[in-house]
Design a protein around this ligand. Sequence first.
Ligand SMILES: [Zn+2]
Length: 262
Amino acid sequence: MGKFFSFRKILLLSLLGMVLLSGWGCATGNRLTQTSTIDALLAGVYDGEMSCGELLGHGDFGIGTFDHLDGEMVVLDGTVYQVKIDGRVYQPSKELKTPFASVCFFTSDQEITIEPGLNYKALKLLLDEILPNRNLFVAVKIEGLFKRMKVRSVPAQSKPYQPLAQVIKDQKIFELEEVAGTIVGFRSPPFVKGINVPGYHFHFLDQKRQAGGHILNLETISGSCQLDILNTLTLVLPTESGSLAGIDLSQDRSHALEKVER
Ligand SMILES: [Zn+2]
């Protein structure tokens, strides 16, 4: 009898575990959470509302920017890194806010080896071949050695804010050579136009945590790429700051986005 009960107990606990695990998976495992929209950022909405601390509650991996557009954000292994206009990497306080960021809890679904000699374009083509379904979100993490890594950061802004396409003229470009580090980013479906960046959006953080930024180009030497397919999107719009009030988000800003991203 005792044996029977313990067996049943184990069975019940296993079932409960499975339910909890699958529930957890639905709740966080395949979810991309983003704050505000790319078009709001393009329109000059640089006042943050979600704190870095709150952002980490939605994910341990991702990219974005900071209050007043103060640099490029990389979230890796649960730590938020800030690459400022001086090209250096800072760890901001949990209170610092973000006007735009996307994060997920990264779990690898697939791993591939990265060949040498790929530039950014070739890398994107390779990933497209591996992931033919463009209508899902994919978190991409590449740990590797790079012959070249061309990254940029943006200067902090003060009011009245200029549109991002204007601000980007003052970006600083850094050309890193023979650098080890991690690419952190996402491929988003075409239908997120206006909300996020359709296609690839990658940031970089070097292994020494001393350099990084928004990737403009690269050349691989070697690396390992992990992919996490995401099928749920949570969009958190700013309300308290009222920063979206009075912003016309009905226009097509894809041309401005093209200027800013590439
Ligand atoms: Zn970026």
